[in-house]
Ligand binder design. Sequence first.
Ligand SMILES: Cc1cc2nc3c(=O)[nH]c(=O)nc-3n(C[C@H](O)[C@H](O)[C@H](O)COP(=O)(O)O)c2cc1C
Length: 196
Amino acid sequence: MTTPRTAQHPILPMFTERWSPRAFSDKTVTEAEILTLLEAARWAPSASNLQPWRFIYSLKGTPEFDQMVELLVPFNQGWAKGAAALIFTAAVTTFDGERPIPTHAFDAGAAWMSLALQAHSMGLITHGMGGVEFDKATTALSLPDNLKLIMAIAVGYHGDPATLPEGLRAREAPSDRQPLEVMAFKGTFSGEIKAP
Ligand SMILES: Cc1cc2nc3c(=O)[nH]c(=O)nc-3n(C[C@H](O)[C@H](O)[C@H](O)COP(=O)(O)O)c2cc1C
């Protein structure tokens, strides 16, 4: 894959080379590969080292995978059914029911990024999805009250964009980012908050 992405400052190539395709090939992933991705996530930093992330995964070709596809919003089902594995990511909001973990989603986000970069290093693609039927998925995955579903992740090998539903083919390319000046400030915030 060639990438038109250009960094403004020197960084490791993986940051601009990783992106989120939607076209998956038929190539399967092994459980060992998924466990390697989750192992990378396990080593993410978190507030007080609470590690408030939990993952529920399935491999394509199993009843669990077919069920997980049904837990995605229809738009995501359309392409994510081609993935080799699905991983639902949840965050622990409290361990004792009294003290909330304010950083639960942030910590789970760090774990997701570790997973995504590990996958990239193995030639795998990942695609995060906030488009989940949250109530349905929370019940189907047997999540307790203090485990908040955050997002799902499609994993596999990059395939031919021609296999995608029409309308998604043209979007199958790495996206750009806003300039660093929009998001980083010395001393005090002096920018504008507006959607990219
Ligand atoms: C938390 C999260 C939720 C996302 N939800 C969806 C989604 O529901 N459907 C989708 O097609 N892409 C989804 N994406 C993919 C983003 O649109 C994508 O990461 C973003 O456009 C940046 O592109 P890149 O990952 O290729 O760099 C999601 C990504 C993240 C991190």
